[in-house]
Design a protein around this ligand. Structure first.
Ligand code: WTA
Length: 665
C-alpha cells in the first residue's frame, strides 16, 4: 500500500473492499425502469469530443470556438477561442426568446414569506446589481466573496459577477468567521456581499456580525454590501459597508446615485475564470477549486437536462442543497437557469415550523423534480411516513440523490414513500472538482438498482482501478476518471503543484477522485465513499486534518486524531481522540469546550459528535497515527491486527474509554 493514499490511516485497499461497506439490494425488489434509447451511450463514446461540442452548441456563443478540446495532462482547455457570457445564457436569451414571464425562482422564506421572480425580473435585478458592483470598483477578473443565507440575492450576486466577468467565491453561511477570513485572504477578494442575517429554525442568524469578525485582518476588502433579510439593528462601518437596497435605489450616501438599469454582458473567453469554491482536502488548508466559463456551463446545462429528464416549460425543479456548496452552484443557479427552468429556493431547515415543511413546499409549488441528499432522506425515514403522507406529492416525477452513497433502504423508501413508486430515482455521483454530474442513471434509459449510481453519463470516462492502476472489470478499487470533461476543475487557486499532486499523481494519466467504488456482476457501479482522510458528514466534506488542527489549536490539547465513524443518519459522524497536555482536565466540560472550539474555527458542521480522551494515541512504529484502528473503536467493531503498535496497551485503554464515554448528543 503506498503512503499517499493511506495518508496515515494505516489502512489498505482491502480494508475497504474485502468487507463490502454497503448493503446488497433486497431480494425481490423490482425495478420499473425501461431502456428506451440506450444508443445515447455508444454514440457519445464513439466521438466523445464531438459529443461535448454538440452539447456546447445548445448555449449561445458570441463567437464560436476554434478548438473543442486541447488536452495536456493535467491541463484541459475546452472550447478555446469561443466567447460567451454565463449570465446572458442564463437570463437574456430566455427573455429574448419570449420566456421573460416564466418563473425563474419560487423563493420560500423559512418564516413563511414567499416571492416568485420571473426571468425578466431576475435579469433586471442582475443588470442593476452588476452596475452596483462596477460602481464599487469591481472589474473583470476581481474576486468577490459572498457570505449569504439562501435568499434570491445570493443568486443575483453570482449572476451579476458573471455578467461583468468578476469571479465569485461563495462561502457557505454556516461557516465560521475564521473560515470566511481564510477564504477571503486566499482569494484576495475586493468586495464582500453578505446579509444582515438569515432565518434558521425560527431564529435570525446574525451573519453580518460573523462577517465583521472575519473582516478584521482582510486588507483586500474595500466594500461590504449587506442585503436586508432579518431586520433589527446591524453594525455598519461607514464608508465600507453599504445596504443592498440603498445601493440599488441610489440612496447610498457614498456610492454616486442609482445604478444604470442596463448592463452589457462582458464578452468572456471560454476559459475565463467563472468562480472559486473552497473545499476540504486532506490537509488543513481548504483548496480554492477553479471553474471556468464555457465548459462548465455546457456540462451543468447538459446534465441538468438529461439526468432529470427536464421539460423547462412545465417542470418545477427543487434542489434542496445550499447554494454555498457546489450542488447549489450547479443545480440551483447555473444548470437550471441555463436551461430556462423554474426552480425553488428554500431558506430554512426541514423541521421548521413542522417536520412536514419540505412536503408542504412540494405541494405548494407542485414540484416535479426533487434533488436531495441521502442524509435528509434518512432523517425523514426516521421522522416517519406520516409527514409526507399528509401532503399531495402527485406532482413529483423524478427524484435525485447526491452527496454520499445512498443505502438501498433509503433509496427504496424515497422511491416508494416520496415518489409513490412512480418516480425514477437518480443517484448522482460527482464532486466540487468535477463541477457537474459524472455518474448517474438517465431516467427512462438506464435500468436502476437501489443504491447504485449505475453508469457514467454519456461523454465521460470512468474506470475503477486496483493498487497498480490496472482497470478492474468486477469487484472493488479506486474510482478514476480517464478523460478530461468540460466542467472539470482547471486547478487549485494559487497552487498548481497541489493540483497535480492531489488529483493526477496517484495513477498515471488518470484523475483520482479519492473515492472507492465497486463494479458488480452486471457492470453497475457502486460508490463506497472516500478512501482518504476526508469525512462525509451529512453530505458535506470535512477534512480530518482540518478538525485535528482545530483541536490542537486549543490550549488544553497535546495531540488529536479524528476519524469518521459510520452513522445511521449523517453517513459519518466525527469522532475525536484527544490527549491533553499534562495537568489539563479530561472532563465533560473540557470535551464540550473542544467541540465548541472546532465549531467556532471551522463551523458547526465540523463539530465532533464524540470526544474521547486518551493517554496516548495508537501509532505505528514510524509514528503514524492508526486511524483505521480508531475508526474500528469508534464504530464499536472488533479491532484488527495491532502488532505494529508502539504500545498495544493503548488500544485497550482507548476501547475501554470509548465504551464508557459514548458522548452522544
Ligand atoms: C461523495 C458534492 C456516493 C464522494 C456534489 C465525493 C457521493 C464527494 C455521491 C464530493 C454519490 C457525492 N454517491 N458518494 N451519489 N455524490 N459523493 O465535493 O465521496 O461536496 O468524492 O460534491 O461526495 O463532495 P463535494
Amino acid at each position: 500500500m503506498s503512503e499517499d493514499v493511506s495518508r496515515g490511516t494505516g489502512a489498505t485497499i482491502e480494508d475497504y473492499f474485502l468487507e463490502d461497506r454497503r448493503f446488497p439490494p433486497p431480494a425481490g425488489f423490482k425495478d420499473q425502469a425501461v431502456v428506451s434509447d440506450p444508443s445515447i451511450y455508444s454514440r457519445a463514446d464513439e466521438d466523445w469530443v464531438g459529443f461535448w461540442a454538440e452539447q456546447a452548441d445548445d448555449l449561445d456563443w458570441f463567437k464560436k470556438w476554434d478548438e473543442v478540446l486541447s488536452w495536456e495532462l493535467p491541463y484541459a482547455r475546452w472550447f478555446d477561442g469561443g466567447q460567451l457570457n454565463v449570465s446572458y445564457n442564463c437570463l437574456d436569451r430566455h427573455v429574448l426568446a419570449g420566456n421573460g414571464e416564466r418563473v425563474a425562482y419560487y423563493f420560500e422564506g423559512e418564516p413563511g414569506d414567499s416571492r416568485s421572480i420571473t426571468y425578466r425580473e431576475l435579469l433586471e435585478e442582475v443588470e442593476k446589481f452588476a452596475n452596483v458592483l462596477k460602481g464599487l470598483g469591481v472589474k473583470k477578473g476581481d474576486r468577490v466573496a459572498v457570505y449569504m443565507p439562501m435568499i434570491p440575492e445570493l443568486a443575483v450576486t453570482m449572476l451579476s459577477c458573471a455578467r461583468i466577468g468578476a469571479v465569485h467565491s461563495v462561502v457557505f453561511g454556516g461557516f465560521s468567521p475564521d473560515a470566511l477570513r481564510g477564504r477571503i485572504l486566499d482569494a484576495e477578494a475586493r468586495v464582500l456581499v453578505t446579509a444582515d442575517g438569515g432565518w434558521r429554525r425560527g431564529k435570525a442568524v446574525p451573519l453580518k456580525e460573523g462577517a465583521d469578525a472575519a473582516l478584521a485582518g482582510t486588507p483586500s476588502v474595500d466594500h461590504v454590501v449587506v442585503a436586508r433579510r432579518v431586520g433589527g439593528s446591524t453594525p455598519m462601518t461607514p464608508g465600507r459597508d453599504h445596504w443592498w437596497d440603498e445601493l440599488m435605489d441610489g440612496s447610498d450616501p457614498v456610492a454616486g446615485g442609482a445604478p444604470d438599469e442596463h448592463c452589457e454582458p462582458e464578452v468572456m473567453e471560454a476559459e475565463d475564470l467563472l468562480y472559486l469554491l473552497y473545499t476540504s482536502g486532506t490537509t488543513a488548508k481548504p483548496k480554492g477549486i477553479m471553474h471556468t466559463t464555457g465548459g462548465y456551463l455546457t456540462q451543468v446545462a447538459y446534465t441538468h437536462k438529461v439526468v432529470f429528464d427536464l421539460h423547462p416549460e412545465s417542470d418545477v425543479f427543487w434542489c434542496a442543497a445550499d447554494i454555498g456548496w457546489v450542488t447549489g452552484h450547479s443545480y440551483i443557479v447555473y444548470g437550471p437557469l441555463a436551461n430556462g427552468a423554474t426552480g425553488v429556493i428554500y431558506e430554512g431547515t426541514p423541521d421548521t415550523p413542522g417536520k412536514d415543511r419540505w412536503w408542504s413546499i412540494v405541494e405548494k409549488y407542485r414540484v416535479t423534480i426533487l434533488y436531495a441528499a441521502p442524509t435528509a432522506i434518512r432523517t425523514f425515514m426516521k421522522w416517519g411516513v406520516e409527514y409526507p403522507e399528509a401532503h399531495d406529492l402527485s406532482s413529483l416525477r423524478v427524484l435525485g440523490s447526491v452527496g454520499e452513497p445512498i443505502n438501498p433502504e433509503a433509496w427504496i423508501w424515497y422511491q416508494e414513500k416520496i415518489g409513490r413508486a412512480r418516480c425514477p430515482v437518480v443517484d448522482t455521483w460527482w464532486q466540487t472538482e468535477t463541477g457537474a454530474i459524472m455518474i448517474s442513471p438517465l431516467p427512462g434509459i438506464t435500468a436502476t438498482k437501489p443504491g447504485s449510481a449505475t453508469f457514467p453519463i454519456p461523454g465521460t470516462g470512468v474506470e475503477v482501478v486496483d493498487d497498480q492502476g490496472e482497470p478492474v472489470t468486477r469487484g472493488g478499487g479506486y474510482l478514476t476518471l480517464t478523460r478530461p470533461w468540460p466542467a472539470m476543475l482547471r486547478g487549485i487557486y494559487g497552487d498548481p503543484e497541489r493540483y497535480k499532486e492531489t488529483y493526477w499523481s496517484r495513477f498515471e494519466g488518470r484523475y483520482f477522485a479519492g473515492d472507492g467504488a465497486k463494479i458488480d456482476d452486471d457492470g453497475y457501479l457502486w460508490l463506497l465513499g472516500r478512501i482518504d482522510d476526508v469525512m462525509n458528514v451529512s453530505g458535506h466534506r470535512v477534512s480530518t486534518t482540518e478538525v485535528e488542527s482545530a483541536l490542537v489549536d486549543h490550549p488544553s490539547v497535546a495531540e488529536a486524531a479524528v476519524v469518521g465513524a459510520k452513522d445511521e443518519t449523517t453517513g459519518q459522524a466525527i469522532v475525536a481522540f484527544v490527549t491533553v497536555r499534562s495537568g489539563e482536565p479530561t472532563d465533560d466540560a473540557t470535551g464540550e469546550s473542544l467541540r465548541a472550539h472546532v465549531a467556532s474555527l471551522i463551523g458547526p458542521i465540523a463539530r465532533p459528535k464524540t470526544v474521547v480522551f486518551t493517554d496516548e494515541l495508537p501509532k505505528t512504529r514510524s509514528g503514524k497515527i492508526m486511524r483505521r484502528l480508531l475508526r474500528d473503536v469508534a464504530e464499536g467493531r472488533a479491532l484488527g491486527d495491532t502488532t505494529t503498535l508502539a504500545d498495544p496497551g493503548v488500544v485497550d485503554e482507548i476501547r475501554r474509554l470509548a465504551e464508557v464515554s459514548p458522548g452522544e448528543e
